[in-house]
Each structure stands twice: as structure tokens, then as C-alpha cells.
Design a protein around this ligand. Structure first.
Ligand code: B1M
Length: 210
């Protein structure tokens, strides 16, 4: 039986070799990739977050855990795809200025790529003017904006405002997400959509692109 607790412990301990071994073993046992992701990796990262909040883990350790999770996501990447029909939506995605969190954003990008979309992953700490420049450069139809901090949520509004002011708002649909983001916030800042997780973000992007 798959030991999701062992995966969580390996992630919390930043033990990449053990976690990779456990993930590969689960894959070989035909455990669905989505279960490995949710019950092993994301559940482990939630504990990391709690430990960080309580002062039981510090930034360098959290960063290492994030790197270990990133490496294991690469193992799961080919299996996380939505086998439904491929769509060729042109998407840009980035984390807002002031925010360095990228695991969830990369997961969203991964799910969209697996669903056949062309994804331009801009990275983290992306200022509003860069989102605008990339919309113009890539002719993207969907812009995905991620924020993980309550303090960077206002930057999402600034990004949406910059897109409106630059005159390209009509060319794109705007999708927002990240742990502190809600549907109400998305409505308030004038986004077209909100998704609570990577799977629904990919589905929402397809709907918005249609
Ligand atoms: Co940060 N951090 N962090 N951190 N960190 C959180 C977010 C926090 C909740 C931890 C805590 O205190 N419990 C807290 C935020 C509190 C708040 O604002 N409410 C916090 C804090 C405070 C900070 C610092 C300020 C700490 C400090 O310096 N004192 C600092 C800020 C740095 C900055 O960004 N300027 C900081 C730094 C860091 C690290 C750099 C060390 C590291 C990030 C490394 C990296 O990303 N490469 C880090 C990490 C790893 C976390 C936690 C532990 C894990 C985040 C994560 O990757 N989760 C996090 C606590 C937690 O979430 N439990 C925490 C796993 C990931 C798969 O989930 O990102 O939520 P998530 O993505 C989900 C959904 O949100 C959604 O789909 C994803 C998958 O289903 N989603 C979208 C995400 N983007 C989407 C976009 C969409 C749609 C859905 O459409 C566009």
C-alpha cells in the first residue's frame, strides 16, 4: 500500500532521494498521479507551511522542500495530463510582482501544457508592464496571474488595471488564482475567471478560450 505519510515526511525532511524513490514506486504500483500529488506532495507542503508559520521551519529549509517538490513534480508531469482533447490556446502565466512563490503556478502551467495549450511561463515577481508586454509579444488569448501572499493580492488588481489601460483588455481573458485568492476577489478586480487548483485552472482556461 502506498505510504503517503512517508512521502510527506521525506518532503518535510527535504530528502529528495527518498521522496523520488517513493514517488517512483507509487507510479510503478499504478497509484494515480493526482493522488500522489494531493495526498503525498501537497499534503506534505501544507505541513511545511504550518511549520513555517509556527517557527519550526525556516526559509532556507522551506526553499529546499520547495526544490524537492519541484523535482518530484517533474516525475509526475507526464502523468498529470488531461487526456481529453488537446486545445491550442495560447497562454501566458506568471506570479505577480513582489511574490516569489512558483510551485502552484508551475503546476497550473504543467496541467495546461499537458492539456495541449501553448504556455509561456514568465516566472515570478512579474511587474504589470511585463504582463502587458508579453500579451503583445505572444498574442496570448489567456493571461494567468498567480499570487500566494495576501500582501501581493493588490498587485493582481494593478496588473489587471495595467492590462485595461494598455488597450489590450479585449484581446485576452484573465484567470487568477493562488491560495489567498477567491472568486469574490476575482470579480472585484475584474478578472474573467478564478480557479482554486491546477486542474480546475486548466479546465477554466479551455472554457475561456472556447
Ligand atoms: Co511562503 N508563504 N513566504 N515561501 N510559503 C506561504 C504562502 C504561507 C501561507 C506560509 C504560512 O505562513 N503558513 C505564507 C503566506 C501568508 C499570507 O500571506 N496569507 C507565506 C509567507 C508569509 C512567506 C514569506 C513572507 C515568509 C517570510 O519571508 N517571512 C516569504 C515571501 C517571499 C515572497 O514571495 N516575496 C515566503 C517565502 C517562501 C519561500 C521562498 C521560502 C517558498 C517558495 C518557494 C517557491 O515557490 N519556489 C515558500 C513556500 C514553499 C511556502 C508554502 C510552505 C508552500 C507554497 C506551495 O508551494 N504550496 C506556503 C504554505 C502553504 O501553501 N501551505 C507559504 C504548494 C502548491 C502546490 O500550492 O501554491 O497554493 P499553491 O498552488 C495551488 C493553488 O493555490 C492553485 O493551484 C495550485 C495547485 O493546485 N494556484 C492557482 C496557484 N496559482 C494559481 C493560479 C491560477 C489558478 C490556481 O490561475 C492563474
Amino acid at each position: 500500500m502506498t505510504d503517503f505519510n512517508a512521502m510527506q515526511e521525506a518532503l518535510i525532511g527535504c530528502d529528495q532521494a527518498t521522496l523520488e524513490k517513493l514517488v517512483n514506486a507509487a507510479v510503478a504500483d499504478n497509484v494515480p498521479a493526482i493522488d500522489i500529488l494531493n495526498k503525498g506532495l501537497i499534503a506534505g507542503m501544507d505541513i511545511v507551511g504550518e511549520k513555517m508559520e509556527n517557527g519550526d521551519m525556516f526559509i532556507p529549509e522551506v526553499l529546499m522542500a520547495a526544490q524537492v517538490m519541484g523535482a518530484c513534480l517533474e516525475i509526475l508531469k507526464p502523468m498529470l495530463g488531461d487526456e481529453a482533447e488537446a486545445q491550442s490556446a495560447n497562454v501566458i502565466i506568471g506570479t505577480v510582482k513582489g511574490d516569489l512563490h512558483d510551485i502552484g503556478k508551475n503546476l497550473v502551467a504543467m496541467m495546461m501544457e499537458s492539456a495541449g495549450m501553448t504556455v509561456h511561463n514568465l516566472g515570478v515577481d512579474i511587474p504589470p508592464e511585463e504582463f502587458v508586454a508579453q500579451i503583445k509579444a505572444t498574442n496570448a488569448k489567456i493571461v494567468c496571474i498567480s499570487a500566494l501572499l495576501t500582501t501581493t493580492m493588490p498587485m493582481m488588481k494593478e496588473t489587471v488595471d495595467a492590462i485595461v489601460e494598455s488597450g489590450v483588455r479585449d484581446q485576452v481573458k484573465i484567470l487568477v488564482g493562488g491560495a489567498p485568492v477567491t472568486q469574490a476577489f476575482a470579480d472585484e478586480i475584474g478578472a474573467d475567471g478564478f480557479a482554486p487548483d491546477a486542474g480546475s485552472a486548466s479546465k477554466m482556461a479551455k472554457t475561456l478560450a472556447a
